[in-house]
Structures are given as C-alpha cells and as structure tokens.
Design a protein around this ligand. Structure first.
Ligand SMILES: Cc1cc2nc3c(=O)[nH]c(=O)nc-3n(C[C@H](O)[C@H](O)[C@H](O)COP(=O)(O)OP(=O)(O)OC[C@H]3O[C@@H](n4cnc5c(N)ncnc54)[C@H](O)[C@@H]3O)c2cc1C
Length: 393
C-alpha cells in the first residue's frame, strides 16, 4: 500500500528534478523514474531569467547556485556580418526591475544542485535506467508501468507527473496531441575554455548574433571558466535525440567569412567538439491531463529555444504544481486541474512568442534590423515584462 502522499514523476530533467524538490519540501514523498542510466544534463548552458531564478531562490537554492552562476550585465544583439550593435539591454537594471537576477549556468551545475537538494530532503527516491511506458488509474490512486533491464516494473502514487520531455510517452497517452513539429533548424552546441578567447568574448554578457537563416548565442558559464556557444542553422536534418556529434568543418562552413564577423567566427574556430540536435515544438495543447495524471515542462509545452524559456517554464510549472497539490493533497485530480488552469495560458503565450522570435531572428537583414533597432534595449526588455515579472500566486 502506497502512502497517499506519494507523487510519481516520470523524467529527471530540470522540470522533473525541480518538481521533486518542490514537492518534497511540501512534505510529499516522491518517486522519480528516469530512463537514463545516469543523471546527466544534456546540452551546455541555460539562461535563467528572473521568473525562474526567483523560484530557485525561493526553494532555498540561491546560495548553493551562487558559485556556479554568472549574472550577465547586458544582452547585446549584433548584426552577424558587420558586428554592428542593433540593441543593448542592461540586465543589471532588469534584475532590479523584476526583483530577481538574470543568471546563466551550466546545465550540469543546475542538475547537481537540484539533485543534492533532492537527496537532502530524504523524501525522494530515484530509479534510473527505467523507462515509463504507461499509466493506469484505479481506486487507490494511479500506477505507472515501465521497464528496467527487460523486466516490468511499476510505481504507485496519488498523482503522476509526466516530465518526460519533448517526446513524452505520457503526453501521447493523455492527449490527442500531434507529434512535435520539426522546425527545420538545428542547434549546434559547444563549450569553449574562456582563456582561449578574447576578453570581449568571455565578458559577462549574453550575446546574440543575427545572420541570414542562422544565429549564434554565447555567454560564459561555470563561474566564467567556459563560454557556452549555441549556433542555430537552417537544416533539414531531423533526427530525434539530443547528442548527435556535429562536424566542426561543417559548422565552420556555415559561418563563413563573407557572412559572419570575425568575433563569432573566432568562437566557432576555438571549439573542438560539437553536439547538435534538430529543433521541434508543438502547438499549445488544450489540456494536459486526466484524473490524477498531468504533464510538466517540455512534455506539456515543447517550445523553440528562441526565447530561452523552456527550462524556466518547467521550473514555474514545478512551483505551481507543488502549491496546488499541497493545497488539496487529498484530491489530486482537483489539484492537477487547478495547476493546469494556472499554467495553460501562460505557457501557450510563451510557446507562441518563442516561435515569433524565431521568425524575426531569421527574417531578411533590412527588415529584421529595422524591427530590432526600432525596439532599442529598454523596449526590448519591457516587451517581456509579462514573462520576467511573473510571480506565483
Ligand atoms: C538549443 C537550446 C537552448 C536552450 N536554452 C534554454 C535557455 O537558455 N533557457 C531555458 O529556460 N530553456 C532553454 N532551452 C529549453 C530547455 O532545455 C528545455 O525546455 C528543458 O530542458 C525542458 O526540461 P524538461 O525537464 O521538461 O525536459 P527534459 O530536459 O527533456 O527532461 C526529460 C527527462 O525525461 C526522461 N525521459 C524521457 N522519456 C522517459 C520515459 N518514457 N521514462 C522515463 N524517463 C523518460 C529523459 O531522459 C529526460 O531526463 C533550450 C533548448 C535548446 C534545444
């Protein structure tokens, strides 16, 4: 017989781990089931805007994150060919404006801190190497069924949270959602040691270079010792998965001297290893769950990375979910519907805004320059007051 206060989470990404911490801190027992054999963060850097950093601080993780994060002072948007600054926004002012810092961090560091806190609560069990396949609701709660080493396993709880990412199995069980839509772009990611690049390229800023059918983002992570580089290019390569190796000659050719300024090319040239993945998103879903089962993070609202909000939305989901379940622990279905009602509109707006940013980033030069220069730095940020200024109820 399972404790009525056990919540099962499928997936130990940023969303699943944050939900586990938030629920455990509210007194729930949590069982996290992860298909990977080891907990490892895929990808390199992640931007944590104030709407996300505020919640991590509220979970008591601020001090533990401090040695790892960089608080960038500005967001710079540049023309890829000329290097001309199209817009510059002060992120230090933004931190004051939104009451919480902008941070950038290595995903591995964020995972480590969340995992440590999860263990410290003493209320979370983590089963690795176990793939969730199905979920069944019954009189006593809900059972998740899966496989580990070719053996059937199950876990029971009063609620099940599908935090199983873009290709969520639970999304396909719970909704009639279509498969994720291929965005015909690929993200190439690498980390470059800060000491091998010029001081300007390792400065504490977030930098966005906009080129034709491609853009490049870079910022320092790991306390400034590494520079995280993400290059997004138009591509029909659409393999699902997160860690295909990228050929450095191919990416260097895509960022050729005629079209790209020397600074972003220096970063591309300094990188020795690349990982790439095809980008997908979904149209906003109308509902996420049924009975004592719901979705969270990319499983609920996969979005393109052009607003740097996928992880931030997963962190917000986790905080709201924990509050709703804590308010009605004896009625998980009602708690989960209340969570969904609080999250659906905001995450849909973010998904759409991310798609729209992609259109602006990749539109023709003159039009785009006009659109971005016209906004200027301050207006650029103010447009996102709804996003960064968000606070849980
Ligand atoms: C290039 C790029 C840059 C980005 N930059 C940012 C950024 O700066 N800021 C930001 O906020 N967001 C960013 N994002 C988005 C962010 O990475 C994702 O939105 C976020 O990681 C989603 O977290 P998640 O926990 O929902 O899903 P995931 O991280 O995908 O985790 C899902 C977990 O579930 C596991 N799993 C899957 N299926 C099963 C199963 N059947 N059974 C058990 N386990 C399962 C997986 O192994 C995985 O560990 C970026 C994304 C990309 C592609």
């Amino acid at each position: 017989m399972t404790s009525p206060r056990t919540v099962v989470i499928a997936g130990a990404g940023i969303g699943g781990l944050t939900a586990a911490v938030a629920l455990a801190q509210r007194g729930f027992l949590v069982s996290v089931i992860e298909q990977a054999e080891q907990l490892e963060a895929i990808g390199a850097g992640v931007q944590l805007s104030p709407n996300a950093s505020r919640l991590l601080i509220a979970l008591g993780l601020g001090e533990r994150l401090a040695p790892y994060v960089v608080a960038p002072q500005a967001l710079n948007v540049m023309n890829a060919r000329s290097g001309r600054v199209l817009a510059r926004a002060s992120l230090a002012d933004a931190a004051q404006r939104y009451g919480a810092p902008f941070w950038v961090i290595h995903r591995g560091d964020l995972h480590t801190v969340l995992h440590e806190e999860m263990a410290a609560t003493g209320r979370v069990t983590l089963q690795l190497g176990t793939r969730v396949e199905d979920v069944a609701v019954h009189g006593n709660g809900v059972t998740v069924a899966g496989w580990r080493n070719m053996e059937a396993v199950d876990a029971q709880g009063c609620a099940v949270i599908g935090a199983d990412g873009l290709w969520s199995v639970l999304r396909s069980r719970l909704t009639h959602a279509e498969e994720p839509r291929f965005a015909r772009h690929t993200a190439w990611r690498t980390l470059v040691p800060a000491e091998v690049v010029s001081p300007a390229l390792r400065a504490p800023t977030v930098n966005l270079w906009l080129g034709r059918h491609a853009h490049l983002v870079h910022y320092p992570v790991r306390g400034g010792r590494l520079v995280n580089v993400v290059a997004i290019v138009r591509d029909d390569w659409r393999e699902a998965g997160w860690s295909a190796a990228g050929d450095r000659t191919e990416i260097a050719e895509r960022f050729s001297a005629g079209r790209w300024h020397a600074a972003p090319r220096a970063l591309i040239g300094a990188a020795t290893q690349w990982q790439k993945w095809a980008l997908y998103d979904c149209a906003p879903l109308k509902h996420w769950g049924q009975g004592p089962v719901t979705l969270l993070g990319d499983a609920a609202h996969p979005m393109l990375p052009y607003l740097a909000q996928g992880a931030a939305m997963a962190i917000e989901d986790a905080a709201v979910l924990a509050t709703c379940l804590a308010q009605a622990p004896a009625d998980a279905p009602a708690a989960l519907r209340s969570y969904e009602a609080k999250r659906l509109k905001r995450t849909a707006r973010t998904q759409i805004a991310a798609r729209r940013n992609g259109t602006v980033y990749h539109m023709g030069g003159a039009l785009r320059t006009l659109a971005i220069s016209a906004m200027g730095g301050t207006r650029l940020l103010r447009r996102y007051d709804w996003l960064y200024g968000w606070q849980p109820d």
